[in-house]
Design a protein around this ligand. Structure first.
Ligand SMILES: Nc1ncnc2c1ncn2[C@@H]1O[C@H](COP(=O)(O)OS(=O)(=O)O)[C@@H](OP(=O)(O)O)[C@H]1O
Length: 337
């Protein structure tokens, strides 16, 4: 097997999911990688195309380990996104909904006040990326709440074949791209400098982005939500922004934790929305100064949290180009983003 060369020196200060050190990978992953199509990553050296989607080295190991080892329970709940679609926000809202009896949102000790949502709701594939062991999920109370960026095709069979529910959050490709571009440049080692918007745009349009092609990721889950509406809920970032109450209610109902009339009267829905809002989360000490268990600065997950910020960066030609791709990809599926 030909080993792929890695520039390990640039990985040292990166979060673990971006490390490329082959010594930490399973034999199976190393073998597979040598036969997969690869391209240059946005932050790290390589992205690998597995089952039609692009992954970093560690993420690929996590996907493989999830497929092999993860045993879903019928009551599990999954929050699925492409990177930079509002994952942090969705995690906060789902956590607050599910745990509101244990942790009322008006309580000064609510976990969201002291932990970043990513530490409260782990990414399944990141939990599994290190040494191929099944991590200890036994401290998770039922229903277990997970998140993932995995495309539908790569989900473990035990998830696909179970009754567990999936919430898919989609964001428009323009804002997703701009958010990803900013995030990438926060992570890029100083020695290699920033990735230009033009390069990021070209890669994104070609589908070569983390868990991309963006459009294929979205479309897979959209189709599942049409086929199995009781199992897959498809929500849009922009729609939650527009009508937060409506969508928080919808989310709670789908997850099996609807708000009672009494709770509505007491303002519980508003309390959750306030607690999870961009302004509230991004101003907490933990999210201004803290780091995730996996090493990222918490503040990297909060930038502007607005709809349409891409208009400040993309040229009209770029926007048109993205819109044409979107139209061509989604034609006939009744999906608008
Ligand atoms: N509470 C809340 N409400 C609304 N928007 C929010 C919230 N928290 C984070 N954000 C914005 O979401 C963007 C980050 O996306 P993700 O959370 O999906 O990132 S990640 O995939 O988990 O790395 C990123 O978007 P941009 O501001 O456009 O870059 C964040 O600012």
């Amino acid at each position: 097997m030909a080993l792929i060369p890695f520039a390990s020196s640039s990985s040292i200060s990166l979060p673990k999911y971006l490390h490329e050190d082959q010594n930490e990978l399973s034999q199976e992953c190393r073998h597979l990688m040598s036969s997969l199509p690869r391209d240059k990553g946005w932050v790290v050296n390589h992205l690998f195309n597995y089952q039609g989607f692009w992954h970093t080295t560690r993420q690929l190991q996590g996907v493989l380990a999830s497929q092999k080892l993860f045993q879903a329970q019928q009551t599990d709940l999954f929050l699925v996104t492409t990177p930079k679609s509002g994952t942090t926000w969705l995690k906060a809202m789902a956590f607050a909904i599910l745990n509101r009896d244990r942790y009322p949102c008006n309580n000064d000790h609510h976990p969201l006040l002291y932990s970043n949502p990513h530490d409260l709701v782990p990414f399944l594939e990141l939990k599994l990326y290190v040494d191929n062991n099944v991590p200890d999920f036994t401290n998770f109370v039922s229903p277990r709440l997970f998140s993932t960026h995995m495309p539908y095709i790569s989900l473990p069979d035990s998830i696909k074949n179970s009754k567990c529910k999936i919430v898919y959050l989609c964001r428009n490709p323009r804002d997703t791209l701009i958010s990803l571009w900013h995030f990438t440049n926060k992570l890029r080692p100083k020695t290699i400098g920033n990735i230009s918007l033009e390069e990021a745009f070209e890669k994104f349009c070609k589908g070569v982005s983390l868990c991309g092609p963006f459009w294929d990721h979205v479309l897979e889950y959209w189709k599942q939500s049409l086929e199995m509406p009781e199992r897959v809920l498809f929500v849009k970032y922009e729609e939650i922004k527009e009508e937060p109450k409506v969508h928080l209610n919808r989310l709670a109902k789908f997850l099996g934790y609807p708000f009672s009339v009494e709770e509505e009267k007491l303002g519980v829905v508003d309390e959750i929305l306030n607690l999870c809002s961009f302004d509230s989360l991004s101003n907490l000490m933990v999210n201004r100064m803290g780091k995730l268990l996996t090493g990222e600065d918490n503040k990297a997950f909060f930038r502007k949290g607005e709809v349409g910020d891409s208009g400040n960066y993309l040229t009209p030609e770029m926007i048109q180009h993205l819109d044409v791709i979107t139209e061509n990809k989604f034609i006939g599926y009744g999906l608008e983003v």
